[in-house]
Design a binder for this molecule. Sequence first.
Ligand code: HEC
Length: 195
Amino acid sequence: MHDELKLLSGAMVTLALATSALVVVPFMQLKGVEPPAGLKPYTSAQLRGREVYIANGCIYCHSQQPRDRALAPDDKRGWGRASVAGDYHYDKPHLLGTMRTGPDLFNIGARQPSQDWHLGHLYQPRAYTPGSIMPAYPYLFEVKDKAEPGDRVLTLPPGYEPPQKIVVARQEALDLVTYLQGLDHTYPVFEGKTK
Ligand code: HEC
């Protein structure tokens, strides 16, 4: 009986320590963090695009967390300053990511603002980056004989248009690109400000 009590109390202490280190302390540290002045809340189109980003597993290959200069040359790669907690104020859930099979996208809107480029790249990454291992997302587009009013027709590099047809972006593609164009955290931050 004595040993079981010891085992049980040991387990409870370990659990309590882990909970406070991983849940309670971070919560206390971050609960007062304000969004930086330059960060805007997402628009409804951007939020829809964010859902498309999640649904298509972009997070499996793309991070959204440039690291500090002391840890990695992310700023030299053109990915921007190290992110701070406040940058993620409107991100629920956050999309930090753990893999970087492709580049970090935290500032892709600043780096690549062109809607044409993004739409074409999603339709066929290899049309823009020869040898790219990013998958194409053809189901976000429609291949048609001719455009109808209101259609967003893609301008693809020569040789990538389907013969005698046109490629039109579906709403999901337009929303996703609106989200990507909005990923711009290049405003200045000093410290993670707390109340
Ligand atoms: C299998 C891994 C993989 C997945 C999944 C993936 N990508 Fe990529 N992505 C890459 C790679 C590799 C590159 C670099 C080559 C290129 O430009 O195509 C890239 C490049 C990009 C770029 C250009 C980045 C830059 O700095 O120029 C954007 C934007 C992008 N991906 C968006 C997306 C979106 C949106 C999704 C989800 C719909 C997605 N990717 C899914 C691997 C991936």
